[in-house]
Design a protein around this ligand. Sequence first.
Ligand code: NAD
Length: 253
Amino acid sequence: MERLNGKVAIITGGAGGIGKATAKLFLEQGAKVVIVDINKEVLEKTSSELDHENLSYCVADISKAEDNENYVEHTLEVHGKIDIFFANAGIEGVSRPIAEYPEETFDKVIAVNLKGVWLGCKHVIPKMKKGGSVIITSSVAGLKGFAGLGAYVATKHAIVGIMRVAALENAERKIRVNTIHPGPVNNDMMRRIEKDVSPENPKEVLKGFESVVPFGRYAESNELAEMALFLASDESKYITGCTHVVDGGMLTA
Ligand code: NAD
């Protein structure tokens, strides 16, 4: 059974780990998918790897209003509607205590992770017509603190607030809004974090994370895609305004 038959989905950060895995799964489940990403080269590579007639892509920087307008316009031109919005793009910044955190990096993380999600909601949600599902990728860092990740933690908490407000504002229109909270995921973002935290010995960071995850391993990107699919499909039709943790037990430990 195809769980997203006839649905049109936009996925930001669609060239990266979780976005790409979700695009693949959504296509398999019958959706038409537009992947959006700032990285043209990786976007083209992802697009040719997924190689599907129902897939198209848009290069966009989600922190810019005009770029958000452009991918919305593209989706409406090609598919005539939007049913699912996966606001997933995000950046990690650097790992430094607040006293040492570079201000320009802080501004950049706010621009992408917070303003980018807000702009996406602002431009996409009004164009959703007969119901829909908005899924925002936060993090376990949106529900607890991590020393050194001040900018990231602040933005991932803040978008839970956006989710709650958007859920209330759009309930009457039958548009559901939820957040996903991954623990560490085995993809490029984690590789960059490992190198930033321990340039000499990135594998130590892996060990450190594994020791605080009861399942003893990182998630794979497709395990987040499965949650996105559940929230995108009608199986979750009574669920809105909620946080959904996919972390191998990390938060409860
Ligand atoms: P990733 O780095 O593989 O993918 C992120 C994608 O977002 C990249 O393709 C990147 O080019 C794109 N992007 C970055 N800035 C952008 C911008 N301004 N406009 C458009 N696209 C932009 O990492 P991922 O794990 O797939 O990240 C997806 C989401 O998951 C992010 O919001 C991230 O914060 C969150 N997350 C990741 C982890 C992890 O361990 N990887 C853990 C918790 C939460």
